[in-house]
Write a protein that binds this ligand. Structure first.
Ligand SMILES: [Zn+2]
Ligand SMILES: [Zn+2]
Length: 184
């Protein structure tokens, strides 16, 4: 996923590749630590434009990920797609001297990623996009009933028949809130 700056065509170059998540160092780390799991490689389709020393990249990624349901703890696979755009700007030579840090900062402030040399490695930007597209609390289905708090049975599979504790009238409002939440 290295783009040679000089190879970018006028009118844009299309990059259409499918790579295993392990090929992305940041993702490989998260896979190794158990924070992310993939059920398919990552399909990356990007269009790359260049205007002088500024390179615009836009497009999307698609993959299938393996999640653990936040309610019933079952593993499930779900497809994930995300569109994004990033701008790379060539780091100015001054960046290496004392006042140079400001140059890099201003690129960051404008939402641009500085690059050096003749190539841009898109792995980091793609990996970041995968990470920020993760659901905060993945659910195996919209109305997952979760596990029974008493016996631990998966309430999607069977009604374990556990009697729910009787609510103290003091908590009646709380009980109503829970009923509302379940309807979603
Ligand atoms: Zn679930
Ligand atoms: Zn139960």
């Amino acid at each position: 996923m290295l783009i040679r700056i000089d190879d970018i065509k006028e009118g844009g170059t299309v990059l259409d590749v499918t790579e295993s998540a392990e090929e992305f160092p940041a993702l490989a780390e998260m896979i190794a630590s158990g924070d992310l799991a993939f059920a398919a490689p990552i399909h990356v389709r990007l269009k790359i434009f260049r205007v002088r020393e500024v390179v615009e990249v836009e497009g999307g990624i698609e993959t299938t990920m393996r999640f653990v349901c936040g309610a019933c703890l079952a593993e499930f696979d779900a497809s994930m797609a995300s569109s994004f755009a990033v701008t790379f700007v060539r780091e100015l030579p001054q960046v290496f001297d004392e006042s140079g840090e400001e140059v890099q900062l201003s690129a960051d402030e404008m939402g641009m990623i500085p690059f050096q040399g003749d190539e841009i490695d898109l792995r980091e930007a793609v990996a970041e996009q995968v990470v920020i597209s993760q659901p905060i609390r993945p659910l195996c289905r919209e109305a997952c009933k979760g596990l029974c708090p008493q016996c631990g049975a998966d309430r999607n599979e069977s009604d374990c028949g556990c009697v729910r504790p009787v609510m103290n009238s003091k908590f009646a409002a709380l009980k109503d809130f829970r009923v509302d939440e379940k309807k979603k």
